[in-house]
Design a protein around this ligand. Structure first.
Ligand code: S3P
Length: 437
C-alpha cells in the first residue's frame, strides 16, 4: 500500500543524544557467516530491518535455526556443507548485499537454487558476481538479472580474481565461496568496506590482506573445514547516522551526540567530505571492537559551509551517503563537483539521476552526467513551494534524504511510499520524533 508522509515545517533547534540501529552490512554478514557454524552464535543489537529479515529467512531455508528476541538473536547454523533436499527459492527482497553474498554461500550446493528479489533488485546487475562464481565452477541459467537459477559444485575450484569496481559485495561473495573451496583463492580488489575480512579474522580464519597498494588490496584465503561460533555486539550504522548528521549541520543552533557508531575507515567518507565542506563533526570516545573502529559522533550546526571538488578517493567509503552529502552542497557557498560516481546509478534506484531530479524540484541548479554532478549551492535557500516525491522505486535512502531536505530547507513536501525506510532503518521516524521533542 502507498502510504504518504507530508512535511510542511522546518525542524526547530535541538540538542539531543541518540543511538541509531545496528549496522546493516555487519548485520547481514553476521547472519550469513553464523549460518556456517554448527555452534550457537549470538548477536546483540542486530538490525531488524526488512533486508536483515530477508537474510534470516534465507538461512532458515538453508537449514539454520534462528531465535530472535528483543535484545538478541541466536543462530545455530548447519555448517559449511549444504545439504539441500528439494528445489529452493530464496528471496533476497530489496537487498543487493544479501542477493550477491548468498550466491557465494551457495557455491557448493549441488541442488539448483533459484534466487529472486523485488522489482528494484530484479533490475540490478548480478553479472558482477555470476562471472567470478562461474570461475569457481558454478552454473547459472542467465548472466545479469534475477530471477537466477544457480547450480553449485561439490568441490569448488580456487580462483584468482581482479575486482575493479570497488564492490564489497563482489569481494565478499568471492571470499565466502573461497571458504568452501579447495586451495588458495587470491583476490586483487579495489578498496572497499572490509567488514567480512575483519569478521573472519576475529574467527581466527586464516585470511591474509596486503594493503600496501593505495588503490587495491590483495586478499588470500583458503578453504576451511569448519567455522566457530561468532558472538557479536553490532555497533550503530554510519549510513543511518548520516541523515541526522546532515539534519544537524543544516539546522540552526543545534547539537547532536550519536553514540556507538561503526567508524571503520572504509565507511567514514561522509565525515571526511563534510569536514572539508566546513561541517563541525567530531569523533569522540574512540575504541576498537573485533577489529572494527567504534566511536561517538558529535555534530553542531555549521554556518559557513563551502562547496568542494570532492576527491574520488572518498567515493567508495561514502557510496551510500552521497544523497545527503548533495543536500549539504545545495546549502554551501559556491559550487561542488562529485565525479566517477556511475555506481550510484546501480543502487536501489538510479540515485545520481534521482538526486538531480530532487535538486531540480527544490530549485537547486545542478549539472549531471552519467557519472558526475555539479551542484551550485545557495546558503540562503529557503523553500516555500510544493514538492511531490513519487515513483522512486521505494528507495529507502531517497525517502530519508527527502525527509531531511524537507526539515532543513522548508517547503510543503508530499512523500509517497513512506514506509520504505524499513528496509534499512525501521526506527528512522521514531528517532526523528525524539530529536524534534
Ligand atoms: C555493501 C556494499 C556497497 C553498499 C551497500 C552495502 C556491503 O555496495 O552500497 O549498501 O554491505 O557490502 P557495492 O558492493 O555494490 O559497492
Amino acid at each position: 500500500m502507498n502510504k504518504i508522509l507530508k512535511i510542511n515545517k522546518k525542524i526547530n533547534s535541538f540538542k539531543k543524544t541518540i543511538n541509531v540501529e545496528g549496522d546493516k552490512s555487519l548485520s547481514i554478514r553476521w547472519v550469513l557467516i553464523s549460518s556456517l557454524s554448527k555452534k550457537k552464535s549470538i548477536a546483540f543489537n542486530l538490525l531488524k530491518s526488512e533486508d536483515v529479515m530477508s537474510a534470516i529467512n534465507c538461512i532458515k531455508l538453508l537449514g539454520s535455526k534462528v531465535k530472535i528476541s528483543k535484545n538478541k538473536c541466536e543462530i545455530i547454523g548447519n555448517g559449511l556443507y549444504l545439504n539441500i533436499k528439494k528445489r529452493l527459492v530464496l528471496n533476497a527482497g530489496n537487498s543487493g548485499t544479501l542477493g550477491r553474498l548468498i550466491l557465494g554461500l551457495l557455491i557448493n550446493s549441488k541442488k539448483k537454487v533459484k534466487l529472486v528479489g523485488d522489482k528494484s533488485l530484479s533490475k540490478r546487475d548480478f553479472s558482477r558476481v555470476v562471472i567470478p562464481l562461474r570461475k569457481f565452477g558454478a552454473k547459472f541459467n542467465r548472466r545479469k538479472y534475477l530471477p537466477l537459477d544457480m547450480e553449485g559444485i561439490h568441490n569448488p575450484n580456487s580462483i584468482k580474481y581482479l575486482e575493479k569496481k570497488g564492490s564489497a559485495q563482489v569481494k565478499t561473495a568471492i571470499i565466502l565461496a573461497a571458504l568452501k573451496s579447495k586451495g588458495l583463492t587470491t583476490i586483487k580488489a579495489k578498496k572497499s568496506r572490509n567488514h567480512t575480512e575483519l569478521m573472519l579474522k576475529s574467527l581466527k580464519i586464516p585470511i591474509l590482506v596486503n594493503k600496501n597498494n593505495k588503490q587495491f588490496d590483495q586478499i588470500k584465503i583458503s578453504g576451511v573445514r569448519k567455522v566457530s561460533s561468532l558472538n557479536y555486539k553490532i555497533p550503530g550504522d554510519i549510513s543511518s547516522c548520516a541523515f541526522f548528521i546532515v539534519l544537524t549541520l543544516l539546522s540552526k543552533n543545534s547539537q547532536l551526540l550519536i553514540k556507538d557508531i561503526n567508524v571503520n575507515p572504509t565507511r567514514i567518507g561522509i565525515i571526511k567530505i563534510l569536514k572539508m565542506m566546513g561541517g563541525s563533526i567530531k569523533l569522540i570516545n574512540k575504541r576498537t571492537y573485533k577489529g572494527e573502529k567504534i566511536s561517538d559522533i558529535y555534530v553542531k550546526s555549521s554556518k559557513n559551509l563551502k562547496g568542494i571538488n570532492c576527491p574520488i578517493k572518498y567515493n567508495s567509503s561514502a557510496i551510500d551517503e552521497f544523497l545527503v552529502i548533495f543536500l549539504v552542497a545545495a546549502k554551501s557557498k559556491g559550487s561542488s563537483y562529485f565525479k566517477e560516481l556511475s555506481e550510484l546509478n546501480q543502487k536501489e534506484s538510479p540515485r545520481l539521476k534521482w538526486a538531480s531530479k530532487i535538486l531540480n524540484l527544490m530549485g537547486v541548479k545542478n549539472e549531471m552526467t552519467k557519472s558526475s554532478i555539479k551542484i551550485f549551492g545557495n546558503p540562503n535557500l529557503d523553500l516555500k513551494k510544493k514538492i511531490i516525491i513519487k515513483n522512486f522505486s521505494k528507495d529507502h535512502r531517497i525517502f530519508m534524504m527527502s525527509v531531511i531536505a524537507a526539515l532543513t530547507f522548508g517547503g510543503r513536501w508530499t512523500l509517497n511510499d513512506s514506509e520504505c525506510f524499513k528496509t534499512s532503518f525501521p526506527k528512522f521516524l521514531e528517532i526523528l520524533k525524539k530529536i524534534k521533542r
